[in-house]
Design a protein around this ligand. Structure first.
Ligand code: SAM
Length: 280
């Protein structure tokens, strides 16, 4: 009989957030495949678990997945864990799950901690639909292109972010998404757990002078229904407002707010339209 591959979530900060089932599985499997064996060793020692560990991380994922699937085929059951939270969610795991499924191995996921669901459920933003982007690219240009591609997404957007990049990312989101409602969750389940909720501009202002540390999830309200406005409609509205004597700045503010668009972008568009009108 082949063994079972268990996907076992571990706490994202608070050690009480491990399930009874996770502890039992970690005890009875033959082997625990861990992202960082030393890190997981601390967790196991805390709960008095002596199961053997082997490493399974980003850099050995392909080869190691094949080796572990051979062990599973020969009857060993294996628990996969990452440093914190749910394996395969912005963490190693995808490859061994695919290989195990292809080999006809039973894959049993255990429910448990993940920063994604922990943050989202208390964000105060709509939870009926969400789009998990995980980490944005480290390079500013790629990050902006990614944000542009998400501008029209109506579902709540969820990002994992490093503390030193938080303010840059928020500033870029403000520029690209406009002043939407957001929620920033920091240090979930830990002593300094904190949520910052409000308009993007307010949160940027509140965090601007702080030395931000710890682990962070950013959640952004999706594009409002009205944000799906067509270019034609937007141009028409700008012309109409300008025709009524409204200034470019006011137009940018009004339509940015109404359609959930970046004010800077509407401002530029209104200026361009004004320039083409004068050119005619
Ligand atoms: N697999 C993990 C999960 O299920 O949440 C995520 C691993 S990913 C490498 C680590 C990122 O998750 C962090 O940079 C942060 O964005 C988020 N994260 C993890 N723990 C967190 C916590 N306690 N509070 C806030 N964000 C956390």
């Amino acid at each position: 009989m082949p063994g079972i591959l268990y996907i076992v979530p571990t706490p994202i900060g608070n050690l009480e957030d491990i399930t009874l089932r996770a502890l039992r599985v970690l005890k009875v499997v033959e082997l625990i495949a861990a992202e960082d064996t030393r890190h997981t060793q601390h967790l196991l020692a805390h709960f008095g678990i002596k199961t053997a560990l082997t490493s399974y991380h980003d850099h050995n994922e392909r080869g190691k997945a094949r080796t572990l699937v051979e062990r599973l085929k020969s009857g060993a059951s294996i628990a996969l864990v990452s440093d914190a939270g749910t394996p395969a969610i912005s963490d190693p795991g995808y490859r061994i799950v695919v290989d195990a499924i292809e080999a006809g191995i039973q894959v049993v996921p255990l429910p448990g901690a993940s920063a994604l669901t922990t943050a989202l459920c208390a964000s105060g933003l709509p939870t009926d639909r969400f789009f998990f982007e995980g980490f944005l690219p480290a390079k500013a240009q790629e990050r902006k292109a990614k944000l542009q591609s998400l501008r029209g997404e109506a579902a709540t957007l969820v990002f994992y972010e490093a503390p030193h990049r938080l303010l840059d990312s928020l500033a870029e989101m403000l520029e690209i998404f406009g002043d939407r409602e957001i929620s920033v969750a920091r240090e979930l389940t830990k002593v300094h757990e904190e949520f910052r909720r409000g308009k993007l501009s307010e949160v940027v202002r509140a965090l601007a002078d702080r030395d931000i540390k710890g682990e962070i999830v950013i959640m952004v309200h999706g594009a409002s229904g009205e944000a799906q406005v067509s270019d034609e409609e937007l141009h028409g509205t700008i012309r109409q407002l300008a025709g009524n004597g409204m200034g470019v700045k006011e137009i940018a503010e009004l339509l940015g707010e109404r359609y959930g668009l970046a004010k800077k972008e509407v401002y530029k568009l209104a200026l361009d339209l004004k320039a083409t009108k004068h050119a005619k």
